[in-house]
Design a binder for this molecule. Structure first.
Ligand SMILES: Nc1ncnc2c1ncn2[C@@H]1O[C@H](COP(=O)(O)OP(=O)(O)OP(=O)(O)O)[C@@H](O)[C@H]1O
Ligand SMILES: [Mg+2]
Length: 211
């Protein structure tokens, strides 16, 4: 992997998928698994992870901000990402850390691109700018029926989760479309399987990446 031609030694693994598909569950399990092996590993989440990005996260998820338009939303996600990349992602990868990230650029492509209709190529260019060329070495995409995912999440919904089922289905299809185009980077796992089955499938792929 290269960041503006600067070599980085770490590995960058992202977790993606629609609401309630199991990203947080599986990323925490992987964190503990890799830690137990004595590896230098860290888990972060988007949007957020550093002070400025956490403030932007509050703006993005606040139900009171119903009037926020899709361009503003896209730029705020990118702004939160840019700060996290600068403060955490590049320094950790440069130091050889295995960095697990709960959501990254694919979320913006799926939710604001496929979901809201923001031009996907525009988001990709902005993503390169915000992430300084950093791309995941591996992305675990947990695919799950959107109604099942929302049910798992329970009654409390943030601004994004409150959107229609049609919207969430466009997001899901968007993720699958991206995975078809980038099979080497994106591993699709059936998120309706038991947690331990998903974990075993994910670990096999991660071991391959780290070997
Ligand atoms: N394979 C699974 N089978 C059944 N329930 C699961 C499975 N994986 C996770 N869950 C449960 O579903 C709920 C949502 O899981 P989790 O928080 O990991 O999803 P998420 O993708 O991080 O959600 P969000 O998009 O809201 O961040 C949790 O209560 C979790 O325990
Ligand atoms: Mg989560």
């Amino acid at each position: 992997m290269a960041v503006n031609n600067m070599a980085v030694q770490g590995k960058f693994i992202t977790f993606e998928g629609s609401e309630g598909c199991g990203k947080s569950t599986q990323s925490k399990l992987l964190l503990e698994y890799l830690k137990a092996k004595g590896l230098d590993v860290q888990l972060i989440r988007e949007p957020g992870g550093v002070a400025i990005s956490e403030k932007i996260r509050s703006l993005l998820l606040d139900k009171a901000n119903a009037v926020m338009n899709k361009e503003c939303e896209t730029l705020l996600y990118m702004a939160a990402r840019a700060q996290l990349v600068e403060e955490v992602i590049i320094p950790r990868l440069t130091n050889g850390v295995i960095l697990l990230c709960d959501r990254f650029l694919d979320s913006t492509l799926a939710y604001q691109g496929y979901g809201c209709g923001v031009p996907v190529e525009g988001i990709r260019s902005m993503g390169l700018f915000a992430a300084k060329g950093i791309q995941p070495d591996l992305t675990i995409l947990l695919d799950l029926d959107v109604e099942e995912g929302l049910l798992r999440r329970g009654a409390e919904r943030d601004r994004i989760e409150l959107r229609s089922l049609d919207y969430h289905n466009r997001v899901r299809k968007g993720y699958l479309d991206m995975a078809r185009k980038e099979p080497a980077r994106m591993m699709v796992i059936d998120g309706s399987q038991a947690k331990d089955v998903i974990f075993t499938q994910m670990c096999a792929r991660v071991e391959q990446l780290l070997s």
